[in-house]
Design a protein around this ligand. Structure first.
Ligand code: BV8
Length: 250
């Protein structure tokens, strides 16, 4: 028995069709159907005993650089071996169809770009960028140490992601806040809305008068405050949402 069709309210379809600017925030749930575990999924196998919120910190790295480096190498390999899913593809199509769309992602896997999304705001950095732990500069990793050594200072290299306790890159913060303040429709997709300041974009958009939409198979801390809640997996909901908005006569 096929999964039930997602019901898209007419008011939502017309809000999206008429939107001059759509702001989208995605979280780990959008990559789940590609096979990338979310932060709330129990860490598997080798990593089952570790808390990602401890590993994804400068303190965690300083305490055990090889362990944290190994975790990111495991994630990089996993992401390299997966493909974008229909949710990523639908967002790339929406990017092409909408008058203007700003895609802010908390994900560091680069799958939105691989699916064809253009101006992606990487709020928490990117798994495939390396930076010097001491200097913060982006470096080309030249050796296979665990972690490799920075070619200029010899100190350890770290992944170019934003860890807990670290500030969001200023340009990403500014672009995301501006988009939330000026958008007509704000879509929050596949995020537990627990991590700030990313989760704060919703309140900015809502206070600025945007029509707000949450897409998630589960309830989150913000669900009760959204104008529209589409309960389901993004890989199913997003293609149906696009059909209802841009191909209504299908
Ligand atoms: C900051 C990159 C200012 C790394 C990530 C103490 C000191 C400092 C700061 C804090 C502090 N206490 C609290 C804070 C703030 C902190 C924070 O918010 N903590 C939380 C835990 C309360 N934030 C920060 O530290 C941020 N920086 O505040 O700077 C500052 C600076 C210095 C000193 C003081 C303040 C930086 C946060 C960035 C952390 N880096 N990622 C990496 O990837 O390794 S966060 C990481 O976890 C993700 O990027 C993501 O943001 C978050 C996980 O959230 P989700 O993406 O939502 O994923 P999750 O697994 O939680 O949920 C998945 C959802 O998908 C679920 O709802 C599920 O139902 C749904 N789902 C599942 N399947 C599907 C689906 N949805 C759709 N379809 C499906 N198929």
């Amino acid at each position: 028995m096929g999964e039930k069709t997602v019901v898209i309210p007419g008011a939502l379809s017309s809000a999206l069709r008429d939107a001059r600017h759509i702001c989208v925030l995605t979280g780990a749930g959008v990559s789940a159907e590609s096979g990338v575990p979310t932060f709330r999924d129990a860490m598997e196998g080798l990593w089952a005993d570790y808390d990602p919120r401890k590993l994804a910190t400068p303190e965690g790295f300083a305490e055990d650089p090889a362990l944290v480096w190994g975790w990111y190498e495991w994630r990089r390999k996993l992401v390299r071996d997966v493909e974008p899913n229909p949710g990523h593809t639908a967002l790339a199509e929406l990017d092409a169809l909408a008058s203007r769309l700003t895609l802010v992602t908390q994900n560091v896997d680069g799958l939105h770009q691989r699916a064809g999304s253009k101006n992606v705001v990487e709020f928490h950095g990117n798994l495939f960028v390396d930076r010097c732990f001491a200097e913060g500069t982006v470096v080309e990793t030249v050796d296979d140490g665990e972690p490799p050594a920075c070619p200029s200072c010899g100190g350890p290299i770290r992944p170019g992601v934003v860890w807990f306790g670290e500030s969001i890159p200023p340009d990403a913060l500014q672009m995301a806040f501006a988009a939330a303040e000026t958008c007509d429709v704000y879509l929050s997709i596949g995020t537990s809305s627990e991590v700030f300041p990313a989760a704060g974009l919703f309140d900015i958009a809502r206070s600025a008068g945007a029509t707000t939409v949450e897409i998630n198979p589960n309830v989150t801390e913000q669900t009760a405050h959204f104008d529209f809640v589409l309960s389901g997996k993004s890989g199913r909901v997003l293609p149906e949402l696009l059909d209802s908005v841009f191909r209504p006569n299908l």
